[in-house]
Design a protein around this ligand. Structure first.
Ligand SMILES: Nc1ncnc2c1ncn2[C@@H]1O[C@H](COP(=O)(O)OP(=O)(O)O)[C@@H](O)[C@H]1O
Ligand SMILES: [Mg+2]
Length: 268
């Protein structure tokens, strides 16, 4: 993989003296969905901010490493140029402009895009097809939308720049399970339409279903990576991120409690 997609190499990031990422490397091949799993504070948002070049808004800085898209270096560009180069981020916490209308939020998303008027019209058509509710609510203030609808708007706003790569920061966080599923379906649809996705999530079950490749980030370092199906099957990921209890420990607990489940069906 010589790097036709998004390639992060040996990326280190600090917030002042706080080291948040240590030599992180990963790839999002063209057309892929790749996920980065990690618990709270692992450095997931920091990674996306480093790619989108928005770290400085948070007092952070890249101290080493490179980020490139299709062989072109993105590190060194300003955030606007990164968007124009084809990388859009949906930030954590679905930050929409609450007092602006839905339509104006979407317009703002297209400001840095390169496609001109025709490109904007095509992008608007696409997001209205993906999220019909945003067409219905076009003139409503974004702050009046439900949490799930605001997340849709945040994703739609990023799509208005017609990105090659979409960076998604915990889109399911704080949403009801059904709404999280809808967001997941939409991510799949967006990917089918040709956009690569880098998805960071604490919801490992959802992320591993969407992704073909996964990385585990722990305290700023990549500790595991591989095909999503393999990670989903690994004991460590099952225990730490999928909430599957250790089967031996569960069996011990059962025995200690005097319950012999294997025998109960022979009773009576
Ligand atoms: N703006 C900031 N200033 C200082 N430290 C920060 C800032 N944002 C994040 N950090 C620290 O960097 C580390 C990674 O945080 P973050 O990338 O937000 O993790 P995640 O998104 O995985 O929860 C944490 O130790 C966090 O406290
Ligand atoms: Mg985060």
């Amino acid at each position: 993989m010589g790097g036709s997609g998004l390639v992060v190499r040996d990326l280190s990031v600090g917030y002042g003296p706080v080291r948040a990422l240590r030599r992180v490397s990963l790839e999002v091949p063209e057309g892929a969905v790749v996920t980065v799993l990690g618990s709270n504070g692992a450095g997931k948002s920091t990674l996306l901010r480093a790619v989108s070049r928005t770290l400085s808004f948070h007092g952070g800085a890249v101290t080493e490493g490179t980020v490139s898209l299709g062989g072109r270096r993105l590190d060194g560009l300003g955030p606007d140029r990164v968007v124009a180069a084809g990388v859009s981020q949906v930030p954590e916490g679905r930050r929409v402009f609450a007092r602006m209308t839905v339509a104006d939020n979407l317009r703002a998303g297209a400001l840095r895009a390169d496609g001109g008027r025709a490109g904007r019209a095509a992008a608007l058509h696409r997001v209205h097809e993906l999220f019909p509710v945003l067409a219905e609510r076009a003139q409503q203030r974004a702050g009046l939308l439900s949490g799930g609808e605001q997340q849709m708007l945040a994703v739609a706003r990023a799509l208005m720049a017609a990105p090659k790569v979409l960076l998604l920061d915990e889109p399911s966080l704080g949403l009801a399970p059904l709404m999280a599923e809808r967001i997941a379906d939409t991510v799949r649809e967006i990917n089918t339409q040709g956009t690569s996705v880098l998805l960071v999530e604490q919801n490992a079950a959802l992320a591993l279903r969407l992704a073909t490749r996964a990385y585990v980030l722990e305290v700023g370092e990549v500790t595991l990576s591989g095909p999503a199906a393999e990670l989903a099957a690994s004991d460590e990921v099952r225990r730490r991120y999928l909430g599957v209890v250790d089967e031996d420990a569960a069996a011990d607990a059962e025995q200690a409690g005097g319950v012999r489940r294997t025998l109960t069906r022979w009773k009576g």
